[in-house]
Design a protein around this ligand. Sequence first.
Ligand code: SF4
Ligand code: SF4
Length: 437
Amino acid sequence: MKTEFSKAQLADPDIAEANKILRKCVHCGFCTATCPTYVLLGDELDSPRGRIYLIKEMLEKDQKPTQEVVKHIDRCLSCLACMTTCPSGVNYMHLVDQARVKIEKEYTRPLPERLLRDVLAFVLPRPALFRASMIMARLARPLAALLPSTRTQASPNLLSRVKAMLTMAPTQLPPAGPAGGSVFAAIGPRRARVALLQGCAQQVLAPRINDAAIRLLTRHGVEVVLVRNEQCCGALTHHLGRDGDALARAKANISVWLGEAERGGLDAILVTASGCGTVIKDYGYMLREDAEFAAPAAKVSSLAKDISEYVSALELPISDKQSNLVVAYHSACSLQHGQKITQAPKELLSKNGFVVKDIPESHLCCGSAGTYNLLQPDIASRLRDRKVANIASIKPDVIAAGNIGCMVQIAGGTDVPVVHTIELLDWATGGPRPGLN
Ligand code: SF4
Ligand code: SF4
């Protein structure tokens, strides 16, 4: 794609990066076929190619984001299916991230929306506040029935978003998991030492996921540390375009993780929520211009591993436990498109006695996408229903996924139990049976 940035514009490293990305796009439109919003809405401006044009115009002419541009960028899930499909290697992720930051800085959203985004950005990364808000949402849940259905909203408003939040609130919350600073010793000779990201929403909604990871890892000779003073990875605010907050969290985490590495050694930083893993693996890029943090951030990104990627490399002994349960493996977008991890989770499950089935249209997002299902409830619920129908077509006993956001989103539309891949692997290798009803 031809671009016309001035020399002065190109002196800005972000614009120089955008220019490189835009020039790789050859307008072929292959990406449109796998873009969930284009598939649903059929509008070129809700396709990757359309959004790339909008971003190019906005950046090249140094225009303030218009309402129209914001609408189409807001509808993007950041699922990154377009990056998997693109034959030219266009890094849409870094382009849309830049557009979101510009929108956040230069566009004034209507007051209710600003407030909602402020609340999400403040509450979600703080587990104690998130827990309290989930308890309140649970109490207010009956009110959801009185609010207008998302399906009648052409574009989301505050009430439809509040309805989505109340509907998603869990009926009960599990007790909190182990605190930061906990160390879980390897059983038998120690072969490695890793940090395990505690996560923010996940540690409130499903601490059982990291419990399963800790059991499996320690059982196979890996010492696990929950690093003290670790924060939310920053993914939530990063996707809201609030890079000041996201980068501050990234820097705080880099400091505590590398401090831990210096004290006790760390072979990896493991992540059981692939949405978080994708962002931590991108810290090196996000902080590339920061004189103090560029190298440490790159180091942390190189240490970051998805749990399935790490367990795969451990080469576990093949389990003799044959459960023969049919598992519908839901490939989270952040895992398959963001981290390009597609086979490892399925191979691990197969080797451990599960009958793994691919879900039709597995490249399409389930609609979770961080805070997307709260901010765009109509599109999100249409994507969820499509995903759930595809899952039902293969008649599974259980659904496995590697990301808490997808697990909550899919569970909202089906009675088939939804678990994390690591819970099944833990069970197959000696841990307790996960909740399969
Ligand atoms: S990230 Fe997903 S929703 Fe956004 S343009 Fe790409 S394919 Fe479409
Ligand atoms: S597939 Fe890649 S090169 Fe083709 S239009 Fe989409 S982003 Fe551009």
